[in-house]
Design a protein around this ligand. Sequence first.
Ligand code: ZN
Length: 501
Amino acid sequence: MEAELQELKRRLLEVDDLESAASLLSWDQTTYMPPGGAAARGRQLATLGELAHQKLVDPEIGRLLDALRPHQEALPPDSDDASLIRVTRRDYEKAIKIPPSFMAQLSRHTAASYQAWTVARPADDFAAMRPYLETTVELSRQMADFFPGYEHIADPLIDFADEGLTAATVRALFSDLREQLVPIARAITGQPPADDTSLRQHFPEGQQWAFGLDAIRRFGYDFNRGRQDKTHHPFTTKFSLGDVRITTRVAEHDLREGLFATLHEAGHALYEQGIRGDLEGTPLARGTSSGVHESQSRLWENLVGRSRPFWTFFYPRLQATFPEQLGAVPLDTFYRAINKVERSLIRVEADEVTYNLHVMLRFDFELALLEGKLAVRDLPEAWRERFQADLGITPPDDRDGVLQDIHWYGGPVGGAFQGYTLGNVMGAQFFATALDARPEIAGEIEAGRLDTLRAWLTERVYQHGRKFTTAELLQRVTGGPLRIEPYIAYLRRKYGELYRL
Ligand code: ZN
């Protein structure tokens, strides 16, 4: 058995090396690459992706997994080896169902679609994207059909991102959530908006950069195993457990943009940096699902980074960094400004209360497009109607409407969005459990100390990487399944106080 296990690990390490090389090239593509490199970079990424896929679907991997089944069954299910064999088998069985020719077709199509979107979005030209998106929906349907036996056609696509969840379970959860959120959002947006002029002054980039780095150093982001660079659409990427990088973008006229992107991406990075070192190079050495990953970015960005205790410590430092801009602005004004709730057009800039409304309408549209109940040509109009109903405004154009997110133009339709809202819900569940277990955390945040919180999350969540599914992890950490109540309670408490609801 030992020989088979070593051979499996050796092969998986090769897959990991190829995937890491692709990640490095795509990090470079979105940070430093000059525009002239675009065509060749697209080809290089496709080649590496195909090689990694070929290595993963090699029949020898299937043979090794079969040979290792008795070994796996003799081990405790939560042991590293049993988890490695189990998770690899799931990945392998999914990967072999998709023909390589389809993978190549999908990746060629999404590369072309993404290129077209980079031109069509600034030009507000949905008509140019319509044929691409129609093909994307068709290819997404075909992708789902490689996994027959589903209840809803989106199920296999959701399962890729958030294993174990289905359209039905997510739909039920979101409908409960929407019922609670719409009245809260209405009650707040019916009041005079918070004054955020203090955040819309000139804040030189260098100081913003330094302040952001200081904040995430206190989160525990390890700069020996990471760095931050500039990009257009912030993201986190990992080349190994010793090299987990974040990216941000800074706006000199709005303090929120760069700062909260840094805090958000640092949350993703803490998760990856917290994975146990001996899982390195295996399929276990990453976050367990898009929802759990987002739970950590949202926890650090919002539950910590937009909280009063956090700014009790950090605001005097921010004032010292920007004495002219913020010296005369009281903490309370600043705290209200960073938690301003408003009807807004852009998902990634939305506040904590309205954010999920942006996500849920996209999720519903994904299902409707895949079901064939909504045609791509009717999408812009459907978007405007639903936006008006949920958020009380109508987007003036498609650029800041249906064209705003990269997801449907650079990847399949289905499974792309639910993770964001699941992350908000789970983040609140994890945070509430942490505060119950270690009540001193609240006081420590006020003193700028985040070690207890980070250590608790590392111990309970991060170190395991992908050993447990989302449902197993929630059960182990919080003692129960996914629940919206802690999240709703958090929003009511925080915004009830801010807006006297
Ligand atoms: Zn994120």
